[in-house]
Ligand binder design. Structure first.
Ligand code: NAD
Length: 296
């Protein structure tokens, strides 16, 4: 079993660090939040007084931070100076491709090996250890990171060189945002045309309109499998995080002159939903903004 530094013990990182401890690793945990540190201690991790202290003698450093600026700051300020050259550095946060590549290149200059390994799956999957990881890095870096990722998830895929994990993540989540808006508007149109929504689901879920947003995460309460829609669109994947991922996708699209009109429209729609107070609502709740009539 390995000594692992885990930095960023929030909604996602807390469960991930706990699963590494459960797998028998010696997890040295750090977060700016004392509450998060206390929860990690209860879950079997050893709280560290700083990121640098957590990194000392680590075989792997894993980070799960809010955004690119946090990742760049933590690595350049603490991790590069404190982690042994033999450590594998794994950033699981969702950040922009450019920052992921820049930080990995800076790691390489210091003689350190880094992988970007963002996740698909929310807080429940982080707690249950069933996340999907999409990793960017060299073959050798991936081979070294894979066993740690496997202790936190059920699927680990090598997406390509450094930055490829983030690229896969934002392309996937751009598609997710666009299909959720499209699925929501199809249900609202069906409702206005007098169709029974369960009947429309029974047809569309086995027809060419089918998607994950329809069959695994149906935005209509009482239709399809149990989803956040059945809990007044609470829990699940917050609209603010969907908006964050759509913004990252738009930033990446602009950097390579890719034309992404559906993604751009989905980003506008989620921006409006968040502006109107939907930030903490599950992202499928955008169907309310689209005009779904819900019986009282
Ligand atoms: P979070 O805000 O709950 O957790 C982030 C943690 O990082 C916080 O506890 C914060 O105190 C800590 N932190 C910030 N700066 C720090 C620093 N300098 N040193 C140490 N700790 C620091 O966020 P989250 O929901 O756990 O998400 C983390 C990442 O995972 C994000 O990039 C997010 O986009 C991505 N993600 C989230 C979900 C989800 O459903 N929540 C799903 C997939 C991916």
């Amino acid at each position: 079993m390995a000594r692992i530094a885990f930095i960023g013990l929030g909604n996602m990182g807390g469960g991930m660090a706990a699963n590494l401890a459960k797998a028998g690793h010696d997890v040295r945990a750090f977060d700016l939040s004392a509450d998060a540190l206390a929860r990690a201690k209860d879950a079997g991790c050893l709280p560290a007084d700083s990121a640098a202290i957590a990194c000392a003698e680590a075989e792997a450093v894993i980070t799960m931070l809010p955004a690119g600026s946090h990742v760049e700051a933590v690595y350049t300020t603490d991790v590069f100076a404190a982690a042994p050259p033999s450590a594998i550095l794994i950033d699981c946060s969702t950040i922009d491709v450019e920052t992921a590549r820049r930080v990995a290149e800076a790691a390489a200059v210091k003689g350190l090996t880094m992988v970007d390994a963002p996740v698909s799956g929310g807080i429940a999957a982080a707690n249950a250890g069933t996340l999907t990881f999409m990793a960017g890095g060299s073959e050798e870096a991936f081979r070294r990171a894979e066993p740690f990722l496997a202790d936190m998830g059920k699927t680990v895929i090598h997406a390509g060189p450094v930055g490829a994990g983030q690229a896969a993540k934002i392309c996937n989540n751009m598609l997710l945002g666009a299909t959720m808006v499209a699925t929501g508007e199809a249900f609202v149109l069906a409702q206005r045309l007098g169709l029974d929504l369960q009947t429309f689901y029974d047809i569309a879920s086995v027809s060419s309109g089918q998607s994950w947003s329809m069959t695994s995460y149906c935005p209509v309460p009482g239709v399809g499998p149990e989803t956040p829609a059945d809990r007044d669109w609470q829990g699940g994947f917050a609209a603010a995080l969907q908006l964050k991922d759509l913004r990252l996708a738009m930033q990446a699209a602009a950097s390579v002159s890719a034309d992404t009109p559906m993604g751009a429209r989905a980003a506008e729609m989620y921006q409006r939903f968040v502006d109107e107070g939907g930030a903490a609502t599950d992202f499928s709740g955008i169907i309310k903004m689209l005009g779904l009539a819900v019986p009282p």
